[in-house]
Design a protein around this ligand. Structure first.
Ligand code: G3I
Length: 363
């Protein structure tokens, strides 16, 4: 598959087809990097692949690098899918965001059992070392820990995961130290969701994240940045730029950078005309990106997919139940419209919003 794709990719990225409007070029001209998450099946889709080639400098494996994806059984790795993503990245000169080494939702069952038993840290450390050794050449930054915060579970705001139960809150420092030892050049991040809106539940998450990273930096743990996922949701708006910039100031003051890692928008008014829905999505993205992208601490923006046809956000049966009978004529919208390109690959207002925000002066 990769050999077949290569000529197209090289032609698209070389002089044969200048791309003055490439989002990655707009970003690079302003000291930022732009990219997107991708699944292998999306890389095989010509429409999505072309969007990636035209617009992105980085790619994030949406599934293929996760622990459960590469380690189906104890002592057995299956790197086939992850290798194909890495080979695609190498062939097309994309840099990869390593997503993710430790996430409570992607620890294979056998490892959960081992961690809960008496396996000790070895099973975790071995996984970190295996991934970083294999993919270190294409990966610049790793989401070493994904989603460690859970408000309401413990006073320190940390999630009561199997890792925390087995190793205490020190599992985070331990993972970061192992990752740094395995790949001293790599940038190491903690990636988290629900940090974007000024609502109390999310303020508590920002506070918990700040307390966590402050403590890690204070202990001299190798941590280089924070990932703000940015799964926006029209039901949670509006954005408060002051709140966000206060958070970014605090992270920057610790000497850390910020990557916006998983931008997309959950919309809800599915029976409105598409143009109206697209305007609402773009307006929310504009509020968010104009608040964060100019900030010096921010180094990159990644969308969680480019075309609505690949979005993980779908119109669910529960969504449809909110509009009884709305789609009985067969014109169901079918897709959430929270990504920059529509299902045919056409640019939507969100794409223009991203381009404009990537070009804003950095402060
Ligand atoms: O491909 C199989 C398909 O063959 C099967 O029929 C179907 C049945 O459920 O499952 C399909 O796999 C699903 C896969 O997405 C592809 O659609 C998995 O079940 C499902 O668990 C997987 O979900 C992914 C999820 O992470 C868990 O890995 C989402 O695509 C992916 O977008 C999501 O990404 C997360 C980030 O890693 C962390 N931040 C939040 C973000 C969104 O939840």
């Amino acid at each position: 598959m990769l050999a077949g794709l290569l000529p197209t990719m090289l032609a698209a990225r070389g002089l044969a087809r200048p791309q003055p409007l490439s989002l990655a070029r707009v970003a690079a001209a302003n000291g930022l990097r732009f990219g997107s998450a991708m699944r292998l099946d999306a890389l095989a889709d010509p429409v999505v692949r072309e969007l990636l080639i035209d617009n992105c400098a980085t790619l994030t494996p949406e599934l293929e690098f996760k622990w459960a994806a590469v380690a189906p059984a104890a002592g057995r790795y299956d790197f086939a899918a992850a290798d194909r993503v890495a080979a695609f990245a190498r062939a097309g000169s994309f840099r990869v965001r390593g997503h993710t080494l430790l996430w409570h939702r992607s620890i294979p069952a056998w490892a959960e059992t081992a961690i809960a038993g008496d396996a000790g840290w070895t099973v975790v450390g071995d996984h970190i070392r295996a991934m970083m050794a294999r993919y270190g050449a294409v990966v610049d930054e790793w989401d070493v820990i994904n989603e460690p915060i859970e408000i309401g579970s413990r006073p320190d705001g940390l999630r009561s995961s199997g890792l925390l139960n087995a190793f205490g809150r020190d599992y985070i420092a331990r993972a970061l130290r192992d990752a740094h030892a395995a790949a001293p050049q790599a940038r190491l991040l903690i990636n988290e969701y629900d940090l974007e809106y000024p609502i109390p539940a999310q303020q508590a998450r920002r506070d918990a994240m700040l307390a966590l990273v402050r403590s890690l930096v204070g202990q001299g743990v190798p941590l280089h940045g924070v990932g703000i996922q940015a799964h926006l949701d029209l039901a949670k708006g509006p954005i408060d730029a002051v709140v966000l910039r206060t958070f970014l100031d605090a992270i920057g003051a610790l000497g850390l950078t910020v990557s916006i890692t998983e931008l997309d928008v959950k919309e809800r008014d599915y029976i409105l005309p598409a143009a109206q829905r697209d305007r609402a999505v773009a307006a929310q993205v504009a509020q968010f990106l104009t608040a964060v992208l100019p900030h010096r601490a921010v180094t990159s923006l990644s969308c969680w997919g480019l075309s609505d046809r690949q979005s993980w956000l779908q119109v669910t049966p529960a969504d449809q139940a909110r509009f009884p009978g709305a789609w009985q004529d067969g014109t169901s919208p079918g897709l959430n419209r929270g990504l920059p390109f529509d299902s045919a690959g056409g640019a939507k207002p969100m794409r223009q919003t991203i381009a404009a925000a990537l070009a804003l002066p950095r402060t």
